[in-house]
Design a protein around this ligand. Sequence first.
Ligand code: FES
Length: 164
Amino acid sequence: MALSRRKLLRNGWRAGGGLLASAAAWTTWELLRPLASNAAGGKLPVGSAADYQAGTATYIREGRFWLANADGHLLALSQKCPHLGCRVPFCESSGRFECPCHGSIFDIGGEWIAGPSPRGMDRYPVSLQGDVVVVDTGKHLSGPDHGAKRFLTPAKGPACKEGS
Ligand code: FES
């Protein structure tokens, strides 16, 4: 009887460990997986231009892009890294986009700074309708070449990813 209880406990621990490992693997995959598409497609109003202050990047979940204000220029930057498609987060401390997969770094305007990405972050056309910012997620534009350095400034502070 004692033996079967011990066996039961051991199997319980194994099952729990397996569940934890599966949950960790799923979370990692969801964070880093390449995206099947860039955005939902269509024109998306994202609020007033005054909502987006210079030097900020705001994630727009409905369109899967970042709305960045680079030196007064509003840019809608695809969250999908041009290298192999990972989601690129914005690092508040450095003021840059830092890809977690292979270390590509982009400035606040999505222009390439370092890493294996072949170009800057891809983007969508932005227009103003009155005071409302509208992003056309149906028109995907390739990011600028490596030579573009319109918004390159020193990092605001430490990088979010070690080695960046
Ligand atoms: S997917 Fe971003 S650097 Fe490779």
